[in-house]
Design a protein around this ligand. Structure first.
Ligand SMILES: [Zn+2]
Length: 408
């Protein structure tokens, strides 16, 4: 057998320094011998890592600007992740945004992957679709309208497996960089251009949320109809070129019972006006952030078009990061404006989803929180780590982490 980490002499054949770890698989370590077939199966305890989401601003500070406090935080994060107490997976949004950093994309993505130890969230569109489907199924069965959050929708189960860090990263299949950049600039411009209308037609917070929810539903239906019309007129290119959101309604229709198929779109129409739809996490969060922004605009903010476009250029990405992934996380690190929206009394994400919110203003708290997680490591956890990384144990948890990373 191929032994990756030697622990000593083989209990089977007695060969000197030929026995050790062959591999680590989610809940056990397999040990074996270089020379004979003797092996041992060592069970590992059930693990649940804390899940952290870092939005792009964290990487801008730590990687691009090389700000010392952020570099320190990133280092702490490597330690707490090396101890397998926490995981900070990267997402499809990171890949899209990183591609906008001309000339540094690969270096930055490597930095992000290093911090995530190769762990990844499900792509954002998949999370959105999974949430829509989950809510729709509950609607069809007249279940509770309270959304049942399910970690599988956003994270692969293996995120919580014990790792030995022999991961291989496969370069992501990136979207069309130029297209994403243009689409983003156009959407920010369109948003800012809508501000005049917002000012002239004042809405309450609740009214604005309703409008946002309706608009989103309209987009799903419109994308589906456009796609169907194209196919209906023989434009089969649409199968490859239609945006992914055109498939959402199609997928929902698959859940409609056969005998009600004729009424399919009507049922979906009722669904998007239901409380089941209103409770879908990424819509619930996104609509409220836009309603907060609307309130600021009505209050006289963002009157200078150019400045507004500049200031809000990251908004779409930031909302997407938070709305898609925050409910599945123990903590999320975001740009401070976003954190202010999400921690405010109207959204209060911490209360709703039990997620801690950190930003550059609370960077010290963020580091202290990671230290606390390291200090609270249990003895069972420590023993499991010493099975996975034989010979590197240290009394002090922080020193143990550095030793695993090969830094001590
Ligand atoms: Zn042996």
């Amino acid at each position: 057998m191929f032994v990756s980490r030697v622990v000593g002499d083989c209990p089977g054949c007695g060969a000197i320094q030929k026995f050790g770890n062959v591999f680590v698989r989610r809940d056990h370590v397999l040990r074996g011998c270089f020379q004979c077939k003797y092996s041992e199966h060592i069970p590992l305890p059930v693990l649940r890592k804390k899940v952290l989401y870092l939005d792009q601003c964290f990487f801008s500070h730590a990687f691009r600007a090389k700000e010392q406090r952020f570099v320190q935080a990133a280092e702490k994060l490597r330690e707490v992740s090396a101890l397998q107490l926490m995981v900070a997976p990267f997402s499809s949004i990171h890949e899209d945004e990183t591609n906008q950093w001309k000339g540094h994309e690969e270096e930055l993505m490597k930095f992000i992957r290093d911090i995530s130890f190769g762990h990844e969230f499900e792509p954002d569109y998949q999370v959105e679709r999974a949430q829509l489907c989950r809510a729709f199924k509950s609607f069809l069965s007249s279940g509770s309208s309270a959304f049942q959050l399910c970690e599988d929708d956003a994270l692969e189960e293996k995120v919580h497996d014990w790792d030995e860090y022999l991961y291989i990263t496969i370069p992501g299949c990136h979207g069309d960089t130029e297209r994403i950049r243009n689409a983003r600039r156009q959407s920010v411009e369109a948003l800012v251009d809508a501000f005049d209308h917002w000012r002239k037609t004042p809405k309450t917070f609740e009214q604005q949320i309703l409008l946002e929810m309706e608009e989103q539903a309209r987009q799903y239906l419109r994308a589906y109809v456009d796609h169907s019309v194209k196919l209906g007129t023989g434009d089969f290119e649409a199968l490859f070129t239609s945006p992914v959101i055109s498939s959402y309604v199609e997928q929902l229709l698959e859940y409609v019972p056969q005998d009600q198929m004729k009424e399919g779109l009507k049922i979906i129409g009722n669904f998007v006006r239901s409380e089941h739809y209103n409770q879908i996490p990424y819509l619930w969060i996104g609509a409220r952030v836009y309603a907060c922004l609307n309130e600021e605009v009505q209050g006289g903010a963002y009157t200078n078009r150019e400045k507004a476009i500049k200031k809000l250029q990251g908004l779409y990405g930031d909302i997407k990061h938070a709305a898609t992934y925050a409910p599945y996380c123990d903590a999320i690190f975001m740009e401070k404006k976003m954190t202010a929206y999400l921690s405010g009394p109207r959204i209060n994400l911490e209360k709703r989803y039990g997620v801690k919110l950190f930003s550059s203003e609370t960077l010290d708290d963020f580091i202290a929180w990671m230290d606390q997680v390291i200090d609270e490591m249990t003895e069972t956890h420590r023993v499991a780590l010493s099975m996975i990384f034989p010979g590197v144990q240290r009394e002090d948890n922080h020193a143990f982490a550095r030793a695993i990373l090969g830094k001590a």
